[in-house]
Design a protein around this ligand. Sequence first.
Ligand code: PMP
Length: 310
Amino acid sequence: MLVRKITDLIGNTPLLEIQGFDLPENTKIFAKLEMLNPGGSVKDRLGIKLLKSAVDEGLINSETIIIEPTAGNTGIGLALAAQKYNLKVIFIVPEKFSQEKQILMKALGATIVHTPNNQGMLGAIKKAEELAAELEHSYLPSQFENPMNPLAYYETLGPELIFDLGSKRIDVFIAGAGSGGTFSGTARYLKEHYSETVACVVEPEGSILGGGQAHSHKTEGIGMEFIPDFMDQKLIDKIYTISDEEAFYYVRKLAESNGVFVGSSSGAAFAACLKEAQELPAGSTIVTVFPDSSERYMSKNIYQEGVSNK
Ligand code: PMP
């Protein structure tokens, strides 16, 4: 395959049927392998959408500096897209997020500004807004507010899932939520296509969506400290709150049994798939998203048994 730009490889990721787990007869779980995007995560779809739409709307030009608060994957996606448009990028990252993601953002040419862990994502958002106010020619894509976020998934991931499965109906869609863009855009598309599709959102303990108290967690990339406006709660049929222990347990199991390297948000999504499978009639089809790879979390001992056991 001849490719002219690395960003041409974003999307159209494979959908893997997960094997070897104890499921009701003919029930199937399929996972979209988003770590196979060129920047290594589901957020490449967002990075290119945020910058393309801003270029198309005339909001940015070659002098613009892009500033965004990010846990890392959105930063990598935005930095890849920024190369395509020759733009400078500055990311505001709470210190705790994985070194690997920060190294990759820098490798792509981004500047990183840290905020203290105890201020969470809200602290990073505040710092990004302050910096944008100080710097001339700056633009904040604002992934937590920009309606382009869910639209990126509505336009790509949703249609791909329908295409990948051909005539097979999707009974349940399950996805983790950080900003909620992946969940809300994809769930909306699938429900428009099949009105009966049930949409389940996955969060770690320490996320507020299911009514819990915000606190820190080890599962990276999902969990909400606040609920973005575009996270349309009418789309949510069920919420699964998954412990760090369970998420990391399935990270290990998925490597052992299916040869697939996933990050902890994928482990959490898969734990929810297995729980949901037991609730459904035999022969159901469940579809989920594996947002990124475990290789992004080696410095956090992601496979070390006992660090987090089931
Ligand atoms: N998993 C990982 C590893 C992520 O980086 C993200 C994005 N923060 C998500 C899941 C959740 O995606 P979204 O922001 O679309 O809810």
